[in-house]
Design a protein around this ligand. Structure first.
Ligand SMILES: Cc1cc2nc3c(=O)[nH]c(=O)nc-3n(C[C@H](O)[C@H](O)[C@H](O)COP(=O)(O)OP(=O)(O)OC[C@H]3O[C@@H](n4cnc5c(N)ncnc54)[C@H](O)[C@@H]3O)c2cc1C
Length: 371
């Protein structure tokens, strides 16, 4: 059975790995001339790590990254609003390392420099998976009602050479936020988020603006900014899809990852959900499975879950990014008064997914397995 996966991002490569393990003949079509990733960190919560272990690469990712310990939420002067030591912390890894691990020994053919413009002209594959990100041509062809929504906030990110003790996020005035975590020994991923439009200044000018906005913030905020060169700085709007797209169309088309449910990064779950998609699809589609019923079940199981995580992520962003003096103070009070165990329980609900949660109805199993 032949599958075409459009897009060689985290979702596409994980899907190719999962289907390849199930005996599919997989081709990945990627528009970029190569699969090199620009550098930033990515947090992989236990749900994502379980998916990566199912795909056979969890150990390699654990070796490449660092465990995020000692997390919590502070105000800019260093006062703790909450301290959460979750039982199973996320792994923070450099995106380039994750990509390299996903590609290593990939049981699929990858064609780079191959942009797909017409999803209806892809020949006679048994399965077509749109893993082509927030601007998906596959989604545009089948679900044009789904729109990209701007959260009204922007982010800056970098991975720099530095040492930090623990990790955490800090809330400041006017809806500014800053977070950091080690990606391994001697390297740290940091991000800042703020309300407002995408800035148009050069990276050097933006670093200067960050320095001004974050004056007086506790250690290591200023130290991490000082360790950042303009070339390391990434700047993006925080976007999401609304509503979450259907994840199955017709007899053979599915969506995974941001193509279906791009979400704001406030929970660090976008790629984690793409990995859940990839493993669910693979579990529902062993070689010989009936494709269309399996895709219907895939949509039934994945769409509500991704929509719930996306909604929660948006709510967290609205609370943490409240820009008014009063709304900001209220948000900080609310967060301070939320018991740490409730915060940990909410994180556990999102990160508790395992491949065992995938329900495989008997009518989608391959005929041989049903007998
Ligand atoms: C600031 C920020 C921080 C984040 N932090 C985290 C985090 O800590 N943890 C987490 O889990 N998630 C995080 N995310 C979300 C995460 O980055 C995404 O959810 C994830 O990368 C989605 O992967 P994907 O493969 O679905 O899409 P993408 O990464 O967008 O990959 C899509 C691929 O498809 C290719 N493509 C597009 N169109 C075509 C076409 N027509 N033909 C062929 N190829 C095509 C693209 O070139 C690309 O390679 C963050 C996002 C942002 C913006």
């Amino acid at each position: 059975m032949r599958a075409i996966v459009i897009g060689g991002g985290i979702g596409g490569l994980a899907t190719a790995r999962g289907l390849g393990r199930q005996g599919w003949d997989v081709t990945v079509l990627e528009r970029q001339p190569d699969l090199r990733q620009i550098g930033a960190g990515i947090s992989l919560w236990p749900n994502a790590m379980r998916a990566l272990h199912y795909l056979g690469i969890g150990d390699a990712v654990e070796r490449a990254g660092g465990l995020v310990r000692g997390g919590g939420l502070r105000t800019w002067d260093g006062r703790w609003l909450s301290r959460v030591e979750v039982a199973a912390p996320p792994v923070m890894v450099h995106r380039a390392d994750l990509h390299e691990i996903l590609l290593d020994g990939l049981p699929a053919t990858v064609r780079t420099g191959h942009p797909v413009t017409d999803v209806h002209a892809l020949g006679d594959a048994d399965l077509v998976v749109g893993a082509d990100g927030i601007g998906s041509v596959v989604r545009a062809a089948y679900a044009p009602q789904v729109k990209v929504r701007d959260s009204g906030q922007v982010s800056w990110r970098a991975v720099v050479d530095a040492e930090v003790d623990g990790s955490g996020e800090t809330m400041g005035p006017r809806g500014w936020r800053f977070g950091y975590a080690p990606t391994g020994p001697g390297t740290v991923y940091w991000y800042a988020a703020a309300p407002g439009p995408l800035r148009t200044g050069t990276p050097a000018e933006q670093l200067t603006e960050l320095g001004k906005q974050l004056t007086g913030w506790h250690d290591p905020v200023r130290r991490l900014l000082a360790a950042t060169t303009p070339g390391q700085l990434l700047h993006h709007p925080l976007l999401e899809l609304h509503p979450v797209a259907p994840m199955h169309f017709g007899t053979r088309v599915a969506l995974v990852g941001d193509a279906a449910h791009a979400m704001t990064p406030n929970l660090g779950q976008g790629a984690c959900q793409a990995l859940e998609d990839a493993v669910t699809l693979a579990l529902l589609l062993p070689k010989g499975a009936a494709v269309m019923p399996a895709l219907q079940v895939y949509d039934q199981q994945r769409r509500p879950r991704a929509a719930a995580v996306s909604r929660r992520s948006r709510q967290v962003g609205q609370l943490a990014g409240a820009r008014g003096r009063l709304t900001g103070a209220l948000a900080r009070t609310l967060l301070r008064l939320t018991p740490d165990r409730m915060t940990a329980a909410a994180a556990q609900r999102v990160a508790g997914w395992t491949p065992d949660d995938v329900r495989i109805p008997s009518d989608v199993r391959p005929a041989a397995a049903r007998r």
